[in-house]
Design a protein around this ligand. Structure first.
Ligand code: 13P
Ligand code: SF4
Length: 330
């Protein structure tokens, strides 16, 4: 369904009675409809709190692949819903707002990526999960930030590799594996906005704070990190490490779970380089509100659909990622 059709259907503008206890009603409907609510760490905290499961991109895909629910409500961005829909063709997959896309996925249109792949024959094509289903359909193996390094390392050393779409993640994986992957030049507009200067300013104010960095950040920012990792890896590090203070250079939604898991510690969001705002938010993830989640469950709409032709091709590299991850215990 097109985004405009969804708006015309009227649900996006439907008034919700302010007296409704959204949390209670969402939980009631989820039980009644045998729906599972999955949320990424970047969506607003109250949405995370009402979910059955919170995770990073890999965990959400793994969880979708094994759920026995009839409906999956993916509180995240569109490509996450597509991945769940591809893995679970017999289930209804919903996203609370179809406009929740991803600048990184959009930076890699499938037709242009297919031309790039065709121009470099003999390469194994590794794509970050932050891609559309159509881009995954021209991919050999999908990766997330939780398993990219290990999956690239599992390929024979002499294999020429195309990696897309995130150039920053690709550069990071090249640096830690010694590979020389050919990179697509996409980037996440949120992670690309972190700056060395702003993080160093925070370091001056909090000299004992450890710096946590997502590998979608630019190389000079990654070099400042005490820990580089996916959202789940950064969360785990923050919980287990001895430090009391952490500067967090990823989307600020992760601070909600960090603060809940380690309330005695201090988490400081790294700001973007181009504003006076103190934290760096993904406007797409923040489209996922309690109101929209309520309407989405109520109307079982909007549904994420992937054409069978695209799904048939895209499921192979996604399953390959899940198989390798399972073998490696990730
Ligand atoms: P992870 O969930 O793999 O940490 O990736 C972050 C991200 O940008 C998701 O869109
Ligand atoms: Fe996409 Fe960046 Fe938002 Fe993640 S944070 S969903 S990569 S735009």
């Amino acid at each position: 369904m097109l985004k405009t059709e969804w708006i015309e259907a009227g649900y996006a503008n439907e008034t919700v009675d302010p007296a409704i206890d959204l949390k209670a009603e969402i939980r009631r409907m989820a039980k009644e409809k045998n729906a599972v609510i999955m949320a990424h760490y970047y969506v607003p905290g109250e949405v995370q709190d009402v979910a059955d499961f919170i995770g990073d991109s890999l965990a959400l895909a793994q969880q979708a692949a094994k759920t026995d629910a009839d409906i999956i409500v993916l509180c995240g961005v569109h490509f996450m819903g597509e991945t769940a829909a591809i893995l679970c063709p017999d289930k209804k997959v919903l996203v609370p707002d179809l406009n929740a896309t991803c600048s990184l996925a959009e930076s890699c249109p499938a037709d242009r990526f297919a031309e790039f792949v065709a121009a470099h024959p003999g390469h194994t094509v590794v794509s970050y999960v932050n891609t559309t289903a159509a881009t995954k359909a021209v991919t050999d193996v999908v990766v997330t930030s939780s398993n990219a390094r290990q999956i690239v390392e599992s390929l024979p050393a002499e294999t020429p590799i195309i990696f897309g779409p995130d150039q920053n993640l690709g550069n990071y994986i090249n640096s830690v594996t010694g590979r020389n992957m050919l990179l697509w030049d996409g980037a996440c507009h949120v992670h690309a906005r972190f700056s060395v200067e702003k993080i160093l300013e925070l370091k001056c104010e909090h000299p004992y704070a450890k710096v946590l960095v997502h590998p979608e950040c630019k190389g000079p920012v990654v070099k400042l990190a005490d820990k580089v990792g996916s959202t789940a890896a950064l969360l785990k590090f923050a919980i287990n490490d001895q430090a009391d203070e952490f500067i967090v250079a990823t989307e600020s939604g992760i601070l909600h779970e960090m603060q809940k898991a380690a309330p005695q510690k201090t988490f400081i969001p790294a700001p973007p380089d181009d504003s006076t705002c103190m934290c760096n938010e993904c406007e797409y993830m923040k489209l996922v509100t309690m109101r929209k989640l309520y309407l989405c469950l109520k109307h079982e709409w909007p549904v994420v659909s992937v054409s069978p032709e695209v799904a048939e091709k895209a499921v192979r590299p996604i399953n390959k990622m899940l198989e390798i991850s399972a073998q490696l215990g990730i």
